[in-house]
Design a protein around this ligand. Structure first.
Ligand SMILES: NC(=O)c1ccc[n+]([C@@H]2O[C@H](COP(=O)([O-])OP(=O)(O)OC[C@H]3O[C@@H](n4cnc5c(N)ncnc54)[C@H](OP(=O)(O)O)[C@@H]3O)[C@@H](O)[C@H]2O)c1
Length: 293
């Protein structure tokens, strides 16, 4: 089965390419610029800018994938807020081009986000949407385009993805915590936000099941624990035997952010557990796997 993955140079994209190619899928990885996956694996790479409709059409026509996993995005809320025109091009136009030019028989899997919801998480798949910022709004509009397509479509929403940072991947929040504590540097981390962080291999496995079972509709692929960034940081310290006293417990008011983010976010995973047999690791296990301890 031919699976085309967009945004293959990004954090989730790289893990998806490595996971699905290891599982025997015929993977076509597409992203901007040079291929940044440094690990050897069996897949094909194409450098494309998804905002160029002509190139998108050509690549889809060349490979005719059975499955398109649209993972690429302008994924940083602050960047989207500062450059709304670029955000619309990368998050909405690119989605439209892929939807228009993939085979009508292709399974289209769109990677969305918990940011399509507002406060009062954790949320179920069908909860009322209400993005609090431009990034969330752009992802919600892309979801609506996907829902309008005739054929097999799936929307996947992860939260706060973490996992191993292989060579060529950007480090996650957990690595920032580890690096600072190892250097004896104090850090401030907020405790008045809640998330359900997703271990990256869990989402890869969930997507693999969605492909194999040909599931349609929306699925939340998140972690099982509702936890604040402060508690994530102290778990990293506990697991790695680092000095927890360096982590200062602060509120969001300490870091006035230009972009509004939900305090109570997070996603419920009951549907994924029932339909996909999704069985994510708990946060502590995820941290151990992330750092191989
Ligand atoms: N990370 C999280 O915690 C999180 C949580 C919820 C949802 N998500 C969603 O999950 C997906 C992956 O997130 P991520 O954190 O792995 O993102 P990421 O590291 O920022 O990767 C996104 C990739 O997409 C590529 N890309 C963006 N625009 C493109 C374009 N026009 N043409 C070709 N490639 C393009 C980027 O290329 P460059 O490398 O050249 O910039 C980047 O490699 C996104 O859809 C995001 O909205 C992420």
């Amino acid at each position: 089965m031919k699976v085309l993955i967009t945004g293959s140079n990004g954090f989730l994209g790289q893990h998806l390419v490595l996971h699905l190619s290891k599982e025997g899928f015929d993977v076509i990885a597409v992203s901007r610029g040079e291929n940044r996956i440094a690990v050897n694996a069996l897949y094909t790479y194409e450098s494309i800018d998804l905002t160029d409709e002509f190139t998108v059409a050509n690549v889809l026509d060349k490979y005719k994938p059975d499955v398109v996993i649209h993972n690429a995005a302008m994924s940083k809320p602050d960047e989207c807020n500062n450059n709304t025109a670029a955000c619309l091009k990368h998050n909405i136009d690119a989605t439209e081009y892929l939807l228009q030019h993939c085979l009508p028989t292709a399974h289209f899997i769109y990677i969305s986000t918990d940011f399509v919801f507002g406060e009062d998480g954790p949320h179920s798949e069908d909860d009322i949407k209400g993005p609090l910022n431009f990034y969330g709004e752009s992802k919600l509009q892309a979801e609506r385009l996907v829902e309008q397509r005739t054929g097999l479509n799936t929307i996947v929403r992860p939260v706060f993805i973490y996992g191993q940072a292989l060579q060529g991947m950007r480090p996650s929040f957990l690595h920032w915590v580890k690096n600072n504590l190892e250097q004896g540097k104090p850090i401030k981390v907020v405790s008045d936000q809640q998330r359900t962080p997703t271990y990256v291999i869990d989402i890869c496995k969930g997507i693999e099941t969605i492909i194999k079972q040909k599931e349609h509709g929306s699925f939340h692929l998140a972690g099982m624990d509702i936890i604040s960034p402060y508690n994530m940081a102290t778990t990293v310290a506990d697991v790695l035997g680092l000095n927890k006293d360096l982590i200062e417990n602060v509120t969001s008011a300490t870091f006035p952010e230009p972009v509004k983010r939900a305090k109570k976010s997070g996603l419920k995973i009951d549907k994924a557990k029932a339909v996909l047999n999704y069985n994510p690791v708990n946060f502590e296990e995820g941290v151990r796997l992330c750092f191989n301890v």
